[in-house]
Design a protein around this ligand. Structure first.
Ligand code: ADP
Length: 251
């Protein structure tokens, strides 16, 4: 039960304690609500591929022995859906571990070579052009190199998924932060979607996301990595024109 205690309007020590207790109580409640929501969403997301698998197993039982085409199609779908479930579970475990700050090793990280490498990998893997802009001097921050790479991969991968034109990656700094920008000239996001995209499992177009293999966890993981670096991530987008993600990491 999450009932509040009384006395919180009293000016004495008891009132003070009651106030503290109530605040702690509501913070705990919201933590439990978030966890509950996560489990509910995760179960829902896993149920869909599982239902598809089950229906193809049934189909194989009925027609597989006599119809090789049915057999082939069923196995293909089951293979695809199990890969999807595997990817989803992997992403969920990654998110939980990053949110807990597990396995982070903070040391000096030079951002220029990191961005160069990430953009090269994505450009090669998806045969895309990524233009790279940055200041003369390299920028070094204290961070976890692998996690930062993962963060840049997520943003570049989204940019190549949701746009056809060249992607722009840039690095600069302000007085207090290193600023990484990933800009695409793709489909863009509505104001409403911009507010929700960092939420767990949020996808703008669920049906399409299923085809592209999207889980709606990529940007949640990206934000969790930024949070562990005490930075912030912003999105700036216009429907039909493109999207810019901007990451600020303290110097
Ligand atoms: P997903 O695995 O589905 O890509 P993300 O958390 O990475 O999940 O992104 C959430 C949603 O935000 C995506 O489903 C997509 O609709 C939208 N989105 C993300 N990046 C972009 C982008 N660069 N341009 C347009 N839409 C984007």
């Amino acid at each position: 039960k999450w009932e509040k205690v009384e006395f919180s309007d009293r000016k004495d020590e008891l009132g003070h304690m009651a106030l503290n207790f109530n605040e702690m109580n509501s913070r705990l409640k919201s933590m439990f609500d978030t966890q509950e929501q996560f489990v509910a969403n995760a179960s829902h997301e896993l149920k869909t591929p599982l239902a598809v698998i089950k229906s193809y197993v049934r189909l194989m039982e009925r027609q597989g022995k006599t119809n090789p085409d049915v057999m082939e199609e069923s196995l293909e779908t089951i293979n695809y859906e199990t890969d999807r479930m595997h990817h989803l579970i992997q992403q969920m475990l990654t998110l939980v571990s990053i949110e807990k700050g597990e396995l982070f090793t903070f040391r000096q990280v030079a951002l220029r070579p990191l961005l160069k490498q990430a953009s090269k990998s994505i450009a090669l893997a998806f045969d895309r052009t990524i233009t790279f802009e940055m200041t003369e001097q390299d920028i070094t921050i204290v961070g976890d190199e692998e996690k930062l790479k993962q963060l840049v991969y997520i943003l570049l991968d989204n940019a190549q998924k949701y746009s056809e034109k060249a992607i722009r990656l840039s690095l600069k700094k302000t007085e207090t932060d290193a600023v990484i920008e990933v800009k695409d000239y793709g489909e863009g996001l509505s104001k409403q979607d911009q507010q929700a995209i960092f939420d767990r499992f949020y996808r703008v177009d669920k049906a399409r996301a299923r085809e592209t293999g999207g889980t709606g966890l990529g940007l949640t993981i990206a934000k969790a990595i930024v949070d562990q670096h005490e930075g912030r991530i912003e999105v700036d987008s216009t429907l039909g024109e493109g999207t810019t993600f901007r990451i600020f990491l303290p110097l």
